[in-house]
Structures are given as C-alpha cells and as structure tokens.
Design a protein around this ligand. Structure first.
Ligand code: PMP
Length: 443
C-alpha cells in the first residue's frame, strides 16, 4: 500500500541517511519484544509506531498475541518443559542464579563439570569448555588461538562475533567468497605462495572459520569440501554451530552428522546454547590438549563469571531429552518435527512463488524482499494478522537484498504453519514479492 511506504524511499537517500532511516524503521516496525516469560510458538508482541512521518516519535503501544516465526527456539525448549523446567527450578534452589565468581575462583560447580562432559560427548569430541555467552565464545577464543604472524581465512558472511574475534586477534585476515570451497583454495594458495621462494609457508598458523548454518541465508556449510581443502593445505578448521547444533542431523548433532563429516576433521567446534537448548552461553569442543590450553590461557574463562547454574542445568536437561536419556521419545519427536516443519514450510513457500533462500532441513528460511522499502509493509501486514516475522536489511545484508527471515521450530504445529502460510501468501501478493511464478500444472 502506498500509504504504508510513505516516507520510506531508502534507495534515493545517501547511506548515512538510510542508516538513520533504518533505525527509525527498527523503532517503528521491528517491534518484536517478547514480554511473555515463556516464549513458545506464540508470544506477546509489543508494537510501537508513529504515524506522523517521523517528525516526532509519537508512539502508541499495543500488545497482541502473535505466532512467533522469528525466534531461534528451534526445538521448543525455551518454553516450560516437563523434564527441564522442574530440574532448573531445583538447581536455582541449590546453586543460586549466579556463581558470582570466575571458573578458576570458585565459580565451578558440579553442574559446570557435568555440562562440559555432556557437551563433549554430544558433539563427539574428547573435551569441551563452556562460557556464559555465545558471542563472547567467538570473540574471546579467536584471539587466544591465533595472533600476529597467523592467518585467519573467514567466510564472507560469518557472524559479527567471529569478525570481532578475528580483528581482536591481530592475525592477518583474508575473506573467501561465501561458502565457496574453490575460492577458499584460491585464497590459501595465494597466501602460502606469498612467502616464496625462501619460506614455503609464511604463516605460523592458518585457521579457516565457517558456520554450520548461515543465519541470514539459511544455507548449510559445504563442510565436506571445505574440510578437504583445509587438509590439503594443513589449515585448522573452526566451525561455528550456533544454528546447526541440536537443530539438524539424525540425532541433533549438527552439520557434521547431517553431511557425514568426521568430527576428528574439525579442529575447533564452537556452538551456542541460545538456540536449540533454550538457554544461554557457548562452548568450544576439541582435543584434550586444546581445551586444557584454553583453561589456562583464555581471559574470558579466567576473569569472567562462569555460566549461570540454572542455565547450565537447562542445557544438561535438554541434551538428555534430545538423546532420549530422560526415558522418553520426545527428543527424537522434536528432531523429526523441526525437520518436517522446515521442509514443509519451505516447499509450500516455494510453491506459492516466493524466492526462498537456504537448503532443505535448515530451519532458517529467508524470503527475499530485495527492496528495503518493502519491509514496513510486509512486517506490518503480517503483524496485523498476528504473525510476527523478523525482517533484515542493511547493514546486516547488502543494501538491496532485504529479506524476511523465517525461523521454524519444532514447537509449531501444522495448524500454526498453515495459518502463517495463508497470511504470508496474502501479504506477499499485496507487497509484490512473489518473484518466482509457479509453473501451472499441465493437464
Ligand atoms: N555465532 C553465530 C553464528 C550467531 O548467529 C550468534 C547469534 N545469533 C552467535 C554466534 C552469538 O551467540 P549468542 O547469541 O548465544 O551470544
């Protein structure tokens, strides 16, 4: 509707102006602030908007119950759970909300040790170390692993926590084209040859950093090919599984399990607990030597407060459910649901003519809007029908590659998904984003 787009002409604006305008868009339209204490497939959304063309920020507030298509609650563990929640409450009574200490100064409880053992076993690595925040896991670990004289080769679409960790390390950084093993090989060959003829290998160490599922693209990492290239050039592989661990693979063990990669070929396995496990924090898993080295050298481990005990208990309990160690089949059911839900939703969107990024089995499915001016109309119309979607644009994506990023959960019922598809289809027609017309079936 032209009235929805009034005042938004970002392509005509300078970048700075656009950025400021984007902030306004965020205030007005990105609205998603869950206020319910237990977010499930449905949550309460606080809408704030002004309708006087940004001259003043007059806001009205309206709370509505919406279908949540934007959270990383992949397995539904962020809601009250019959197995996890009572155990989390018990741990709160026994250990309190915070250890108020670092891991080395009394902030290590039996839960912390148990969690590290459970994580190592789950990701099939000899040892693991956990941190209170996923973002910090990347940004604090990379500078410990590598420094001046080392080379980081990073996928062009890696998460900001990786970018910041790489910058903070002091190592030389090169970027390879997103998920393109052939380009990674080209960069490696160039970098190794640079020291010729006297030094065959000019770098002290080379680390290649990739993600299991790319969060803005919904795409699976081409891990088997990347591992092969790294083996050939003797580079270490660092894999961020924030979005893939727990969410994909037959038993939820992530992209290695799904694509048949031996975890022994991935030197540093990183992941977060904020998505599939409904908790917070992050981990690094690897060889016993690597983890011992991190325990004695990583400032975030030595000087930062340890992960909150109830959060640790939530992760341990959800892992038990995923592995079926709670004595039920709920874990397997959740894994089957997220896979079925994701593949169903993706194929239905494609049948409708939307351009959807990402691979089968991935619970993240960006619907391309392209023009950022379509964001307000798309998100506002969906919200009017109680469907909350997250829209992303510059600077998180290139300027003209705006998109609505749908995240599917095992907690969505088929009924929820059918309702969402009906709404998105109508809004898609209205906003004009069915770019891939569906071929009419031949009679
Ligand atoms: N890595 C990736 C790939 C991410 O997408 C995110 C955040 N979504 C993080 C790390 C940071 O994790 P957290 O939100 O748990 O701090």
């Amino acid at each position: 509707k032209s009235s929805d787009l009034q005042g938004y002409a970002p392509i005509c604006l300078g970048l700075e102006d656009f950025y400021i305008r984007r902030l306004y868009l965020r205030i007005q339209d990105c609205f998603g602030r869950p206020i319910s204490s237990a977010p499930d497939a449905w949550f309460d959304v606080v809408e704030r908007y002004s309708n006087d063309n940004n001259k003043t920020l007059k806001r009205t507030t309206n709370v509505s119950r919406c279908l949540n298509l934007g959270s990383y609650n992949y397995l539904g563990f962020a809601a009250a759970d019959e197995y996890c929640t009572p155990r989390v409450i018990e741990s709160l009574k026994k250990f309190s909300p915070s250890t108020c200490s670092t891991r080395v100064d009394g902030g290590t409880t039996s839960l912390h040790n148990e969690l590290e053992e459970c994580v190592a076993k789950f990701v099939r690595k000899p040892a693991a170390i956990v941190f209170g925040m996923g973002y910090v896991t990347n940004s604090a670990i990379l500078p410990v692993l590598i420094g001046k004289g080392g080379l980081i080769i990073s996928d062009s679409l890696n998460h900001n926590s990786i970018v910041n960790g790489a910058r903070g390390s002091g190592a030389t950084i090169r970027v390879f084209q997103h998920n393109t093993p052939a380009h990674l090989e080209k960069v490696l060959r160039e970098q190794i040859a640079e020291g010729q003829p006297r030094i065959h290998r000019p770098w002290k160490k080379i680390i290649v950093v990739v993600e299991g599922i790319y969060s803005m693209e919904g795409e699976l990492c081409k891990l088997p090919e990347i591992v092969e290239v790294c083996k050939k050039y003797k580079a270490y592989v660092y894999l961020d599984e924030a979005h893939s661990i727990g969410a994909i693979g037959k038993s939820g063990r992530g992209v290695c399990e799904l694509l048949g990669v031996d975890t022994a070929d991935v030197d540093i396995m990183m992941g977060t607990f904020t998505k599939s496990f409904g908790s917070c924090g992050g981990y690094i898993a690897g060889s016993k030597e690597l983890i011992r080295f991190l325990r004695y050298t990583c400032p975030a481990h030595m000087y930062g407060t340890s992960i909150s005990p109830p959060a640790a208990q939530q992760i341990i309990s959800s892992l038990k459910v995923i592995l079926g160690e709670d004595g039920s089949k709920r874990g397997a059911q959740k894994l089957a649901s997220i896979r079925d839900n994701s593949n169903f939703f993706r194929s239905e969107l494609q049948k409708m003519g939307f351009e959807v990024l990402g691979d089968n089995d991935s619970p993240i499915m960006p619907i391309m809007l392209y023009n950022p001016a379509k964001i307000p109309a798309f998100s506002r119309e969906c919200l009017k029908h109680n469907v909350a979607v997250v829209t992303v644009a510059f600077p998180a994506t290139p300027l003209l590659l705006a998109r609505a990023r749908i995240c599917i959960s095992a907690a969505h019922t088929r009924e929820d998904l059918l309702k969402a598809l009906e709404v998105i289809s109508k809004v898609g027609d209205m906003v004009g984003i069915k770019y891939m017309p569906v071929e009419p079936k031949k009679l």
